[in-house]
Design a protein around this ligand. Structure first.
Ligand SMILES: *Cc1c(COP(=O)(O)O)cnc(C)c1O
Length: 426
């Protein structure tokens, strides 16, 4: 499928006149339309709720848009909990799916009344110790081990993953939690990431539904929800087919009707914790070509670098690139598109066919709405970029300013050093 940017050359120029590149741009219209489609796909389930994985795009303005669409949030750390609380998410609006959890994080999740998802059997005692008691509703993260395959092709290897409880531990944990006063139970699992296959959720659902029936039979626990977590992917490459979320929802419904309904468990709520599917296609990293270099290869140097988007550097991930205003021009050139880090993996694209690029051209790097800005870092003293939200009516607003040198130096105490405070302010 042809990948088109959601922003025109003219609109990008209008934004750049006010906010210099690089910045992450988000498409509110696309986010809302996709959110509604996701809800439609699971409308057959009375308790359905999406808990957006905050780590994918931790911005309060984005969370606000998702809140208006009825989503909850999935947090895994203290600061994600604080941000969610500040955005008005409380109690059951929050899933807390963390691992190697610090005591203060667990305590805050408990105080906020979040649905706590335990990553290990030892966390039962841990939670009891830091919170004083076990909440009435509690969830456990499941890890079946082995490998997870769809039609004989291995999607991922849960047996190598650090997350979750083994099958016998799930039974033991439910028994223990029940004895300690838990009344309603959730089951959670995340077995494969960025799947572009309609079968992932339905297959995962079957595994979890069968487990739910078994746990209910063995322990008498009331299963309140089953959380299919994240993992529904997006087509980063133009030759990939996008996931049809309606078909995925229908696949989960069939498993639900076949397994849970006959077991008298038709009241179980389905939760999801999608990050990438909900946000990735609705973000672009907008960046300007500041240098061209001709050596053994042809290089395009951008004002953005891997510190703004590290997926290509660490995963070799493909991100589509559009030269804004040159959409109709033929891709006659072969470029490495790079950032300025002193790391040779700081390349947004290698041997990419693109139209001829000049200094000053503006590039849209696609699918950066999730795990984009949020994975950013400060290597080489590079600063994090601004984030901008493009509204449905074409207006736009800065939803996070770019870092300044003062932000970079904010964690030092310069008392007694020769550096003057004035030197580090902008
Ligand atoms: C990262 C994560 C998600 C979101 O994953 P996506 O691939 O963005 O859908 C959901 N739940 C948990 C527990 C996660 O760690």
């Amino acid at each position: 499928m042809e990948k088109k940017p959601f922003v025109t050359y003219e609109k990008a120029q209008e934004i750049i006149n006010q906010i210099p590149t690089p910045f992450h741009l988000y498409d509110e219209k696309g986010i809302r339309e996709n959110a509604r489609k996701l809800k439609q796909a699971f409308a057959w389930n009375k308790g359905f709720r999406e808990y957006f994985a905050v780590k994918a795009t931790p911005n309060p303005f984005i969370l606000q848009v998702l809140k208006e669409e009825g989503f909850g949030v999935d947090c895994s750390s203290y600061t994600e909990l604080l941000m969610s609380k500040a955005c008005g998410f409380t109690g059951e609006d929050i899933m807390f799916s963390s691992n190697v959890t610090p005591a203060e994080d667990m305590k805050l999740a408990f105080e906020l009344g979040a649905n706590i998802n335990l990553d290990d059997i030892t966390h039962i005692e841990f939670l009891e110790r830091v919170a004083g008691k076990i909440p009435e509703t509690i969830c456990c993260r499941y890890n079946p081990g082995g490998s997870f395959a769809i039609n004989n092709s291995i999607m991922d290897t849960p047996g190598e993953a650090k997350y979750g409880l083994t099958p016998p531990q799930m039974t033991e944990a439910f028994r223990t939690l029940k004895a300690k006063g838990a009344k309603h139970f959730g089951i959670h699992a995340f077995l494969a990431s960025n799947t572009v296959a309609l079968e992932y959720y339905p297959k995962l659902a079957r595994i979890l539904f069968e487990l739910a029936v078994q746990l209910n039979k063995d322990t008498g626990a009331h299963i309140k929800f089953i959380n299919l977590s994240g993992g529904v992917g997006i087509p980063y490459r133009p030759d990939q087919e996008p996931n049809d979320i309606i078909a995925i929802g229908e696949g989960v419904r069939q498993a639900f009707e076949e397994i849970l309904v006959p077991a008298g468990m038709g009241d179980v709520a389905i939760y999801t914790e999608l990050g990438r599917f909900v946000l990735a296609p609705y973000g672009h990293l907008i960046s300007t070509c500041i240098h061209k270099k001709h050596t053994h290869k042809e290089y395009i140097g951008l004002d953005a670098c891997a510190a703004n988007l590290m997926r290509p550097a660490i995963y070799g991930a493909y991100h589509h690139i559009t030269v804004l205003g040159k959409e109709a021009q033929p891709c006659t050139e072969t470029y490495d598109v790079t950032g300025g880090l002193c790391e040779n993996n700081d390349k947004f694209a290698i041997d990419r066919k693109l139209p001829k690029i000049e200094i000053g051209d503006v590039l849209a790097i696609h699918d950066t709405g999730a795990h984009g800005f949020s994975m950013g870092y400060n290597y080489n003293g590079k600063l994090r970029s601004a984030e901008v939200l493009l509204h449905e009516d074409g207006s736009f607003g800065m939803i996070r300013r770019a870092e300044t040198p003062a932000d970079y130096f904010a964690t030092f105490d310069f008392t007694g050093l020769f550096i003057q405070k004035e030197d580090v302010q902008e």
